[in-house]
Design a protein around this ligand. Sequence first.
Ligand SMILES: Cc1ncc(COP(=O)(O)O)c(C=O)c1O
Length: 453
Amino acid sequence: MISTILEQVRADLPNLQGPLPGPRARAIIERDARVVSPSYTRSYPLVARKGEGAIVEDVDGNRFLDFTAGIAVVATGHCHPRVVEAIQKQAARLIHMSGTDFYYEELVALAEKLDEISPGDVPRRVSFGNSGAEAVEGAIKLARYATGRDKIIAFFGSFHGRTMGALSLTSRRAVQRARFGPLIPGVIHTPYPYCYRCPYGQTPDHCAVECVKHIEDTLLKTIAPPEETAAIVVEPVQGEGGYIVPPQKFFDELARVAAENGILLVLDEVQSGMGRTGKMWAAEHFGIVPDIFTVAKGIASGMPLGATVARADLMTWPPGAHASTFGGNPVACAAALVTIELLQHELVENARVMGAHLMERMRQWPARFPLVGDVRGLGLMLGIEIVRDQATKEKAAVWRDRVVTLAFERGLLVLGAGDNTLRLCPPLVISRDQCDFALDTLEACLKQVIAEA
Ligand SMILES: Cc1ncc(COP(=O)(O)O)c(C=O)c1O
């Protein structure tokens, strides 16, 4: 008894002080409601004050285990000391000069590093922006410029960002596009290989890669002729759409169709890249070498940075064709260089090992919990699909949301993805104990939702 009372609060696990939200959090949320755009989607009242590793502390001193990583961003954990040091040193020396008009070494060094670690043995050039959406804008513009073609094939359920070009590819939810049109012309959507809910009603055994057949036999022969189609843009693991992992044969076929028709293969690695899947790039799981790929989120451990990385022979646009004042600013580049070093040193491997550890237990969940329809993912990009009935696969968005809320109330931060999927995307520094805490907590939440149903 006494030993329980005296037991030290573990700094690497959650610790809640009282009912949530606490008084300070409530006051800030009230202020937020008056002045901040109501278009933001907050799932629960977390008001963050500081972060360390995988722990986030709120303004009332409650400590949470962060299995969101600020939406798959803080790859090296919150405020990794090496990243903080790099940012502080760089900020004291040079915060901004604009790589658009001048040179500085940090930008060159990061482009060299991205060239070095890019998938495939292909020389690369890099154009920097400040976000995932900007990286996608750069990819759309470059694909059109390099091919002289205007059409772009994208996938249903995809999320590529919210600026007008990226939004034209995004097709995750109607609310993201409603009343913003007309969007850019020439974008054609096609079904994503969502095998748990195959758009063609197939089972994995009978799959004839109908998703790619549709592109080859229908789109390219009707509304997207190859001589007019610049690119196929695809997330190698669909992120916001529900953490969906396509089968190998999808990528084999997609790469073949793209190559045979001179269409560029553009991979959006904004969420799946930077080690999250247990390899530096999700592309490496499938052995695909993109012509262009986009990077953001995890690249700089939370500093705003995006990159459009292309085959060097494609990126031949002239001075003035594309640039950004802030893109690749020295502080973000310094953070990115240290982030990549830490990823290469041990964190990509930790993502693989911890992902396997989580999956080992989660794999049994469909057999243990009737509301878990599917468990899937790569590395630390894991999705749990919540259904009303495993046989009908009816989506249970309300139950998914309830799990998210219950987890928060127990000190675990998770978010949804897709209509009814729970996503786990912790920082890549996560430990085994923290994974076990998350698993125990989620199991308790699943049980409670079953009891309440
Ligand atoms: C795959 C993918 N691409 C692009 C974006 C847009 O990134 P940002 O919000 O930084 O503009 C996201 C964001 O979730 C994403 O998941």
